[in-house]
Ligand binder design. Sequence first.
Ligand SMILES: Nc1ncnc2c1ncn2[C@@H]1O[C@H](COP(=O)(O)OP(=O)(O)OP(=O)(O)O)[C@@H](O)[C@H]1O
Length: 232
Amino acid sequence: MIMVLSASVRGAVVSYGRVRALDGVDLDLAPGTHTALLGPNGSGKSTLLSVIAGVERPSAGHVELAAPGVAFVVQRSEASDRLPVTVRDTVAMGRWAERGLWRRMTRADHTLIDACIDRLGLTDLADRRLGELSGGQRQRALVAQGLAQRAPLLLLDEPATGLDSEAQQIIDDVIADEVSRGTTVVTATHHLESARRADRCVLMARGRIAFEGSPAEALDEARLSEAFLPAH
Ligand SMILES: Nc1ncnc2c1ncn2[C@@H]1O[C@H](COP(=O)(O)OP(=O)(O)OP(=O)(O)O)[C@@H](O)[C@H]1O
């Protein structure tokens, strides 16, 4: 049986100077599924997301996407925190790729932007500047921006970092909703509870995939401690 994939990565290698951030990674993403990437700091999770998003070009290997359009929600940075824009502006930017910078937003765009703001519980903060918000609120604004892109592939780099358990729950529910709409979602996460809700877990170690399987298989204690062992 031939399965149509949303995206596939073959033999991806990425080096930063002497560091091999990715060392020959193969990954298949089935449509309408949630894949959780887990692994210690520096194991290559963010780099793999960047390669799938097309932000980083592998020096060897390649990525194929079934359809164009990737929404990539990167980790919050000092730079994004200081942008002089409101929550609504931030989420509206998610429509730029489709609308073009200079074309007017349609009524449907505004409805979608409001829905994404609401979905992340930010309606009361919609007109506040990002700089006036807590880290967790800014993080939710960036996830709302990712949702507003309505891309077939949604990549989230540690979306729940710094969030309280209620906000984390919102993100997990948003991911589940997106998957049920047919979106293919990949998250890099350190939260085992979120990973447990994924369809598949990929354990990364030193730029390679150490294991992939169902959450029950991957999140086994022995398996996790092996993947998280320090390099030797
Ligand atoms: N822009 C860069 N310049 C130099 N080295 C980099 C760069 N980006 C990543 N690296 C290195 O590549 C390796 C993989 O980093 P990556 O950010 O992909 O890991 P990660 O698994 O996402 O880690 P974390 O859990 O800390 O986010 C690390 O050794 C990191 O130091």
